[in-house]
Ligand binder design. Sequence first.
Ligand code: SF4
Ligand code: SF4
Ligand code: SF4
Length: 193
Amino acid sequence: MSKKHTRREVLGHAARGTALAGLGGLTGLLWMKANATFAWSINAQRCINSRLGAVGVEVCERCATECVLSLSAVRAVNEFKACGRCYICPAYFQITSAVGSDGLPTEKVCPRDAIKREAIGWIDPDDPANNFYEYTIDETLCNGCGRCVLECKEPAGLGSIRLEVRHDTCLDCNRCAIAQACPEDAFDRPEPT
Ligand code: SF4
Ligand code: SF4
Ligand code: SF4
């Protein structure tokens, strides 16, 4: 004979079921994050800011403006081994701005002052143009606006800076707002198999 359940028991079962389903969903999400199988990423060959051969184009700032987070999950990354460590980096200095008394352009490309410039290695005390410079991006300030990425491209730059999705902050939205807005279809996520 089947046992009759009280309303309290039925509600208890339902609540436990929902909690277990939630736990299952959370476990799945954590597994996906840990394995990054379905994570969004940026295809640098398609992104107009970094695509080689795309000269004379306007910067695309949608990675900074379209993310659902107030500070976008996208950041600029400088790949040091590809960087020329230039004295006058076109991604750091606004090279068309007036020249100061030190012989350097007076304005910077980054509107958030997120790029740090530091002479590295042996320092020539008499001629700063002889030194190598490391350009590091402060991820707490960068919002992925892409301006430096666009400037670090031929003819002046070497293309060492690119945009990347930071998976520790990205919410892995099913319909990523940047992917929806990207004019180049550069925001990518592998389909689950
Ligand atoms: S992407 Fe924009 S905010 Fe980030 S370092 Fe480059 S210019 Fe600055
Ligand atoms: S998936 Fe969401 S949080 Fe991540 S970059 Fe896209 S809009 Fe931003
Ligand atoms: S929206 Fe697309 S083209 Fe624009 S910066 Fe982001 S990845 Fe590049």
